[in-house]
Design a protein around this ligand. Sequence first.
Ligand SMILES: Cc1cc2nc3c(=O)[nH]c(=O)nc-3n(C[C@H](O)[C@H](O)[C@H](O)COP(=O)(O)O)c2cc1C
Length: 334
Amino acid sequence: MAGALTRLQFGSLPIDPPLLLAPMAGISHSPFRRLLAELGGVGLFATEMLSARSLPSENPRLSPFLIRTAAEHPLSYQLLITDPREAAPAVDALAPANPQAIDINLGCPAPRVRCRGGGSRLMQEPERARAVVAAVRRATPLPLSAKIRLGEQLDEAALVEFCRMVEGEGVDLITVHARLRGEPYGRTPRWGWIGMVKQAVGVPVVGNGGIFSVEDARRCLDASGCDGFMVGRGGVVRPWLFAELAAWLDGRPAPLPPARPVLFFRFLTYLEQGLAPERRLGRLKEFTHTFSQTYPFGHTLASSVQASATVEQARTRARRFFLASDPVGLEACG
Ligand SMILES: Cc1cc2nc3c(=O)[nH]c(=O)nc-3n(C[C@H](O)[C@H](O)[C@H](O)COP(=O)(O)O)c2cc1C
């Protein structure tokens, strides 16, 4: 079945392998993307959601939301946009970052996003969503995608109508996070609903939600017939997951996972190289919160980093955790 899933054509952009990094606020930034790029397997990188209203005032050379290295390629910038008038200035502000694609966030369930009229709120207001998508489409010739959830309640007709609408407004790809707006991450994703969207539109449909292993991807593919996978938390818990999925799609044996302490300290180095000092600790905590699940008793790592007042303190505490829990991995750090 995996043989059926080959490279994905996203507008003018080929995505090979058809594996997309999910936009994750506080996580999908340049240092994390750099780590993934080294491990391989990502066909399209993503930024976290970026407020279209704020983008024009970001400094393209310094902003942690805009900066990138050459390795993070191709890279899609995700817009959190509520008003069609924000589209052209936001797209112009992205130009110095040289995006390969643009994504529109139509699925974020966070109340602070919804109360401003963005994310999943737009799925409840299809006419405003239409105007937003059309405005972004007019503003850029780049490949354009939309990322959605399933909506407020299970309603196939409404979901299909919404997806056909965004396709009609010129979106080149749709990513479906297979949960309703109100459903927590603990709930089993409804991968079959990705398949309903796939049947209804002509553009590629990417499946998202709950892919933590090759087995998950296989089941998602069987249930949905999707054209590619978007992976979020699974790529933080096991940053080599993309390389594993790529090997599976190619029919190659899975690569050996790297030592986890090596990944942690490499990420820390990239944070220090890429971001201003005051931008590092919060992002280290955010990453560690999920990465720590790579260990059965990782909550000790998460809580000790969480309670750190400085990056140096977090580094010392992490080293202590690895010494006790993964001495062989720590040794690989040299
Ligand atoms: C910490 C975190 C931040 C997220 N931020 C965003 C975001 O900025 N934009 C977005 O569209 N989705 C965001 N999401 C949702 C993910 O893109 C993805 O849809 C979700 O995590 C399900 O995929 P997964 O099971 O592979 O993690 C976020 C998820 C997490 C866990």
